[in-house]
Design a protein around this ligand. Sequence first.
Ligand SMILES: [Zn+2]
Length: 368
Amino acid sequence: MCAGVVLMALRMPFRYLEPTFFAGLLDDPVLWVRVRPWGRALLFDCGQLHHLAKRTLKSLAALFITHAHMDHFMGFDTLVRHVLVSPRVFDVFGPPGLAEKIEHKLSAYDWNLNERFWCTFRVHEVFSKHIQRWLFPGPQRFSRQPDGTADRVDSIVYSNQWVRVEAQQVDHHIPVLLYRITEQLTFGLDADRLTASGLSGGPWIKQLKRQFYKGLLGKEALTVRQAQGKRESFHVVTDTRRLYEAIRKNRVPSSIGYMTDLGYSGKNEATVADMLQGVTLLVGECAFLADHVEKARQSCHLCTQDMNLLLQKIRPAFYLPVHLSKSCGEVSQNLYQELRPPAGTKLIHLPERLLPRPLLPCEVRLGS
Ligand SMILES: [Zn+2]
């Protein structure tokens, strides 16, 4: 097992997601989110990756990069090393310009020993209005090829039957992506709403469930049963999506917000509030302590007083502060005194580092 803070141990109400933070408070960030029924994982930023086992990295399905500053992106080479001979496509999401940076990374190596079963990277550059895709096929020595463009109709950039990932840009003097990972709701009907609508059970519920899981809601008609006393009647419903919305259980899905490397501004605050409000778990940068506010402003990062204001807007159930600047390392525990989460938000503490730091010369003892 790799070293990491397994956040599930804190009894969070996730059905499918198992988040683990594989970095200490001062380490380069790595958020690993395993999707349990799928057996595969999503990775958010790849800073300090070298301690993750090959078998762990091979279960990756998609990588989500916030931006290409070195502390968030340098682990990409480690990832390539471990998944190289997997005959699969790995999706990589990131801000505009990421494909060119990946092209430069991959072209820094000789690939003359390539094999036809090597992996392919599919890079998705997330613009505000569209997504530009590029392929880097291993069998073709990772040479970059265009793979089309898709208009964005909403903030979702990735989804399957268990999870969806949304992304929006914020400002860090360069574009940075803010991510929200949300569990997909399971099929469920509310008995009271069903009765109020005059509908009663029958084979149509099984068919509606099939439409829900196959993505066919609103695309196929359905014959439903109504019953009043001993009289029953049957009706054809064409808009089955509307039907489901009218009788489904009202549940709020659990979610994770991943927010790092952004400055404190009105525009960033509005995007953060819009995207992350009410997440179950916020994994969020707090780069500086309050007396380093000038450094935070210069480098377009957040300090504790900024984070306290944002927490009032987001109101997560759990908050894990990450990515504290090493310049605050001497007094890192002050972070937990300066942070003032709102009532209802539990603050999670991290060790400074997950891996031991090298010994200082004064700590080395010679044997006699
Ligand atoms: Zn940065």
